[in-house]
Design a protein around this ligand. Sequence first.
Ligand code: CMP
Length: 144
Amino acid sequence: AAERTLILFKPDAVQRRLCGRLLTRIEERGLKIVGLKMLQVTPELSREHYAEHVEKPFYPQLEEFITSAPVIALCVEGPEAIQVMRGMMGKTNGRESAPGTIRGDYGVSRQMNLIHGSDGPEAAAREIGIYFSDSELFDYDPTL
Ligand code: CMP
């Protein structure tokens, strides 16, 4: 069954001009882009998105980073899209992520790790609702 997940191309991906490559990987894998926008994450939005991390010691740095430049938010759909995207992203810490994954190919940072993907169905539903309204999500035939 098709599943949706919320993906962010983080400020480092935008600043390093890697968004095209990341989008190409997602499209070539066969996943469907059903929503896409560029936006500036505000401190308020960061606290909402990262609600489970707000009390953690690394949160101030995380907020500083995620608000430091625009991000590109995507809603991606496909069979088991949440796990498929997590596999493509690699481990959180770029130093531990395998070659062939997005983080393993483009970074060695734990914080500036290029991409965010929802970690489960509940997070996906919550995060998609934070970044997209219903009218910004599109249902279309993915074949020509
Ligand atoms: P993300 O998948 O966006 O979810 C939370 C983010 O917090 C994570 O990616 C990392 O960028 C960041 N993060 C997680 N753990 C740490 C940590 N120990 N120190 C700094 N940043 C972290």
